[in-house]
Design a protein. Structure first.
Length: 274
């Protein structure tokens, strides 16, 4: 044992082992605390793990290069080399910090990056993974395929997050009725169906409004509204309403089915083209 303490190499090895044990223990304690606080476990594990690895790497450089001066020199050389041969890797790595610390999205969020949209199922240092949505993204249905997207894209492309605001979005549906139809009655029926949808799915619009406002998103009202316009084939009734971001197609089916049941032949008739 005395030989180890008299050997600079042995001291460095021992210091490295002790540091690894200490960081591992603290990381496990931090994860345990985050679980007790009911935070997103997956998110906490990522942040804690990468933070621990970062500090361990810095400590290793300090221990093995005997101080901050050689460390900075070594880091400068490594950074210059990496910039030349691994630019994309560096940008992906930096992108991971942007994602984690700016909280662009979390595991489970539904996002769109460029032409790709899906649910986030994994986040890493170089890539994040989406469970792909179909080409008609408004349906909210998955294709079952996974997309690996480089983290570097968050520097240059807009990130559309459908679930971070309140988990609800505005959706619009348009029905076209003939000019001879009682479009005013159609407007009333469409609003009734929209309100039925909110009640059937326990959507508390006031609660949703408060959730939006917590995220600094402000709307005067979230109640459904029907807009009237004239189209080539008749009068257009466009319903704008709030629905859950993941249940767009289900909401459209609910509203369409009940609206069709309420239509009265000879009074309100749909046009051939919608």
């Amino acid at each position: 044992m005395e030989d180890i303490f008299n050997n600079p190499f042995g001291i460095k090895v021992l210091s490295s082992l002790i540091l690894a044990i200490v960081i591992t223990v603290f990381a496990k304690i931090a994860i345990s605390i985050s679980q007790k606080n009911k935070e997103r476990i997956s998110e906490s594990q990522y942040v804690i793990k990468y933070t621990a690895v970062f500090f361990f790497g810095i400590a290793m450089v300090v221990i093995w290069l005997d101080g901050i001066g050689p460390m900075l020199t070594a880091l400068t050389i490594v950074a210059a080399a990496l910039t030349i041969v691994a630019k994309e890797i560096i940008l992906n790595f930096l992108g991971s910090f942007v994602i984690f610390w700016r909280e662009l999205f979390a595991i489970g969020d539904r996002v769109q990056v460029g032409d790709h949209a899906g649910d986030v199922i994994d986040k890493g240092l170089l890539y994040f993974t989406l469970l792909e949505l179909g080409q008609d993204q408004s349906t909210g249905h998955s294709t079952g395929r996974m997309i690996k997207i480089p983290n570097s894209l968050v520097h240059t492309l807009p990130i559309i997050n459908a679930t971070r605001g309140a988990g609800f979005i505005w959706n619009e549906m348009t029905f076209s009725v003939t000019r001879k139809s009682d479009w005013e009655k159609g407007k009333i029926l469409l609003l009734e169906v929209a309100n039925e949808y909110s009640r059937a799915n326990s959507i508390d619009l006031e609660k949703v409004k408060r959730t939006f406002e917590k995220n600094k998103i402000y709307f005067n009202t979230l109640t459904p509204k029907v807009y009237i316009s004239v189209g080539m084939f008749g009068v257009k009734l466009t319903l704008r309403y709030i629905c859950r971001a993941r249940l767009i197609r289900e909401s459209e089916e609910f509203i369409t089915t009940r609206f069709l049941h309420k239509l009265e032949p000879g009074l309100i008739e749909l046009t051939e083209e919608q």
